[in-house]
Structure formats: C-alpha cells, structure tokens
Design a protein around this ligand. Structure first.
Ligand code: KIV
Length: 257
C-alpha cells in the first residue's frame, strides 16, 4: 500500500486503523492485529526509552526503531501495513534543506513510505511543501503536538474559538500542500468532525472522537503498559499489572523449586 491509497478508504467510508510500534515485538503484534498503518511515532521516546518527553529522540533513533519494527513483520510485503515514521524534534525545525535530507535518510534507510511532521506554522508549511515536492509523502499532525509541549502543554487543544479557527485553517493548508493524511490529537470531537467533513484527505484521530476517518493509538497506552496513561486513551487491558502479576507468580514458584 502507498500513502496515497489511504484516500480510497475515506472515499469508501472505510475506517483506517493504526497503531504505533517501536521494536520488532510491537511491530509484529501490530501487523498480526491487521492494522492498516503502523506509526513509528516519536512517542517511543517515552513508552520505550524512558524519556519524559519526545524531544530527546534523534534521527538515528527513529531509523533504528523503524528497522526493528519492519523486521517484526511476517506477512508478504504487499500485505504488510504501511509504515509511517515520525520526524524527530530538530530534524525539520532547522530549515528546508536539512528537513529534506533527514526525511530522505528515513525513507532511504528503512521501509517507511512516509514521514509525519507536527504543526503547520508558516516555517513548517515550507518544510512540508519541500519534502513532498522532493518525492516523500508527508502525514500532518495537528492539535496536541507533543514536540511543542513546552509552549502548548500536554493538554487538549482547540478549546477556544480562536484556537479552533487556527486548527481548521491549518488542516486546510496541510491538504493544499499535499499531505496525504492528518493526525488530529486531543481536540474536541465536533472540531474533528468539521475538519473531517471539510477535507478530502483522511483525518486520523487520537483523543479526537469518533468522527475521524481513522483512529490511531499508542499501543503501549492501549495495552495499559505505562504508569502514566493519557486521559484520552483508556487502556483495553491492564497489561502492565497483568504481566507483572504473572511474572511475580513465576518468580515465586521458581524460588520454591
Ligand atoms: O508519536 C506518536 O505516537 C504519535 C501518535 C500519538 C499519533 O504521534
């Protein structure tokens, strides 16, 4: 599947389902769950590498982890989910030339077929436009953009009319620039619905309600593997407690042997 194929899902009213992955085990689990898209998101900095934010993640980290994820895939190549890799902090904020080079490095050294870029400020729009014109598909990301948490906080966006108008304008701009899809993170459901209705490219939501064209979740959050769960991503199992209890039982039983 190519990134541009995702628009057909929207045209057919078929939901796009995506999970994040960060290593070959999570990649394998995501693939075997039959998702359409695997995002090697920079959230791996927090859910896998123990950082407090996504900012410390480097280009080398994302390449290393994207390759680990694709090594976990077992289906025939044509049936594998589409891999999208995040562009880490400082790989696209320092100008168009660097951004094209770094996006190119990700595409050249991994099986990712697209990159994801957060935000839509005028400087970022230029960067996105150049990356796309150089032949690399870009997924946008609006709303809560964790790489900007020092300015915006880790909180819901689009609460004020002004902020809603800005997010809508930015979504339209990203479509015009040629993004093939947009992640909408932690914004009001009705704002996501309006954007979904306005755009012809798919919106993929996380904490943005049910009206988006697809849903993405951070797999570790969904499985309850983290100590700090974002309020907008309730776990489907208490994975950490479950695994911990089973392992404790095993440790105890081995001690008695
Ligand atoms: O890094 C990530 O996992 C993401 C998702 C929250 C969409 O960007």
């Amino acid at each position: 599947m190519l990134p541009s194929d995702l628009v057909k899902y929207k045209e057919k009213n078929q939901k796009i389902i995506a999970l994040t992955a960060w290593d070959s085990i999570s990649g394998s689990i995501a693939e075997q769950s039959n998702v359409d898209l695997v995002l090697v998101g920079d959230s791996l900095a927090m859910v896998c590498l123990g950082y407090q934010s996504t900012l410390p993640l480097t280009l080398e980290n994302i390449i290393y982890h994207t390759n680990a994820v694709s090594r976990g895939f077992k289906k025939r190549f044509e049936e594998q989910p589409l891999i999208v890799s995040d562009m880490p902090f400082l790989t696209y904020q320092c100008g168009e030339d660097k951004a094209v080079e770094y996006a190119g490095r990700i595409i050249q050294s991994t099986y990712a077929k697209a990159v994801k870029v957060e935000g839509a400020e005028p400087e970022i729009q230029k960067v996105i436009s150049r990356i796309i014109r150089m032949g690399i598909p870009v997924m946008g990301h609006l709303g809560l953009t964790p790489q900007s948490y020092l300015n915006l906080g880790f909180k819901k966006q689009g609460e004020s009319i002004e902020s809603q108008e800005r997010i809508k304008r930015e979504a339209c701009k990203l479509e015009k620039l040629g993004c093939f899809a947009i992640v909408l993170e932690h914004i009001p459901d009705l704002l996501a619905k309006e954007i979904q209705n306005t755009l012809s490219i798919p919106t993929i939501g996380i904490g943005a309600g049910k009206y988006c064209d697809g849903q993405v979740r951070v797999t570790a959050d969904l499985l309850g593997l983290n100590d700090d769960q974002p309020p907008f991503c309730p776990p489907i199992i208490q994975g950490k407690n479950l695994l911990k209890d089973k392992l404790k039982q095993w440790v105890e039983s081995e001690r008695l042997n």
